[in-house]
Design a protein around this ligand. Structure first.
Ligand SMILES: NC(=O)c1ccc[n+]([C@@H]2O[C@H](COP(=O)([O-])OP(=O)(O)OC[C@H]3O[C@@H](n4cnc5c(N)ncnc54)[C@H](O)[C@@H]3O)[C@@H](O)[C@H]2O)c1
Ligand SMILES: O=C(O)[C@H](O)[C@H](O)COP(=O)(O)O
Length: 384
């Protein structure tokens, strides 16, 4: 059995080595010639999987080690009876930690003593937005959720949701919807000129969903006007050929790595491995946990002199600080179009190991219950 797989899927040999022969490919340049004799195709978000890629091939199962599925023509796969699996929720914690770290930096930039004073509007309350909202609420933030599809599906919970209008009044607006172009609530260009005109200089807009959910040219225009909001982008229109003018204007710019914790990426591989085993009628013998290495930083210790905000900030940023990714991306923006696109993909391919908060033990000597609760909410392992 031939398994054609994106070379950037971690643990390919460990999970799939005894299922079939693995041929590694560059997912960005995947073409019909690469998959013609394949039985199984494993991709990431950079490969378009549709009729023009698959027609004439043997492929009978497609797995994407990602949460998003906008790169896959699901209707075509269904029509052709090709098996399919994605990795829902695999890197949700990673994205939530990305946003939390950004919010902590924003609170610092605004000179806030207590970051929970910020109101947060979450657009898209699924695996990522839902997890983020749960953590924020446990930390004491005021959180609003906007999710019209869920509101339609769950009329009994209608009061849990607000409209986008209401969200646009929050201090922080964070986008966690899939990219959709049809249906009752399409998200493509959901944040366009009109919505951007409602945001002002005391607001933060974060997009770690998909780039096309914001109209990029309207955003650039808004950022060139007075009283522009602060903007953080992890996802972009036209990746990897992103607009350098937009990079220059946003506060933090990262190369689509919000979900790139080691745990998140390994869970993505595990989920498609399990789905493939089910598809082929094979027993599931492996799990991501057995391959997870010890974290480079294993323990932090705070004395009773550490304040709540200070200690949470230090621990959160010890796990993930988006300023490093921002600095690396800005360096790649110096070349021509081709060099910039190559740089964007290289940063993603060579992404350093990043671990989630759950990998870090935190000792809190003589701490208050409030401090302990904040650390627990963020997923750290507590040692008293
Ligand atoms: N930057 C990254 O690294 C990264 C990582 C993971 C996921 N993502 C993106 O984030 C998206 C969300 O991930 P998830 O795991 O939460 O997906 P999910 O499917 O669990 O949740 C998405 C939610 O968005 C809601 N939604 C759909 N249309 C909406 C609209 N018009 N307005 C408001 N809400 C709407 C859905 O009802 C659903 O509840 C993914 O589809 C993917 O594109 C990005
Ligand atoms: O949808 C997802 O899971 C994320 O956007 C994912 O992190 C994308 O990573 P990629 O497949 O582009 O490497």
């Amino acid at each position: 059995m031939l398994i054609v797989a994106d070379e950037n899927i971690p643990l390919l040999d460990s999970f799939f080595g005894d299922i079939g022969e693995i041929r590694r490919v560059n997912g960005r340049n995947l073409g019909p010639g690469d998959v013609r004799d394949a039985d199984i195709l494993l991709v990431r978000s950079v490969s378009r999987v549709n009729q023009s890629l698959l027609e004439g091939s043997h492929v009978r199962f497609v797995g994407t080690a990602t949460i998003g599925t906008d790169h896959i023509d699901l209707a075509y796969l269904r029509d052709k009876g090709i098996g399919f699996a994605a990795a829902p929720g695999s890197n949700a914690t990673s994205v939530a930690e990305y946003v939390l770290s950004v919010v902590s930096l924003y609170a610092e930039k605004c000179g806030l003593e207590d970051w929970t004073g910020l109101s947060v509007g979450v657009v898209g309350a699924g695996n990522v937005g839902g997890e983020l909202a749960r953590v924020l609420v446990r930390l004491g933030f005021k959180v609003k959720l906007c999710d019209p599809p869920r509101q339609d599906r769950e009329p009994e919970n209608a009061d849990d949701f607000v409209g986008l209008d209401d969200i646009l009044g929050c201090d922080v607006i964070t986008l966690h919807t899939p990219l959709t172009r049809s249906g009752a609530h399409p998200t493509e260009k959901m944040i366009a000129r009109e919505e951007l005109s409602r945001l002002g200089e005391h607001q933060l807009l974060i997009n770690s969903g998909r780039g096309e959910v914001i109209d990029g040219s309207a955003l650039l225009e808004r950022l060139q006007q007075p009283s522009a909001p602060t903007v953080v982008l992890d996802v972009w229109e036209n990746e990897p050929g992103i607009d350098p003018a937009l990079v220059e204007k946003v506060w933090l710019a990262t190369p689509h790595i919000a979900g790139y914790s080691l745990e998140g990426k390994m869970q993505g591989s595990e989920m498609i491995y399990k789905a493939l085993c089910l598809f082929l009628g094979l027993p599931v013998r492996k799990q991501a946990g057995q391959f997870l290495p010890q974290a480079a930083l294993s323990q932090l210790c705070f004395t009773s002199n550490a304040g709540q905000n200070e200690s949470v900030e230090v621990a959160l940023r010890a796990c993930y600080d988006p300023r490093r990714d921002d600095a690396r991306l800005r360096l790649t923006m110096r070349g021509d179009d081709a060099q910039r696109a190559e740089g964007f993909d290289r940063l993603r391919k060579e992404y350093p190991i990043r671990r989630e908060c759950s990998s870090l033990k935190v000792q809190l000597k003589g701490s208050s219950k409030a401090i302990q609760d904040s650390f627990k909410a963020l997923g750290f392992k507590l040692r008293m």
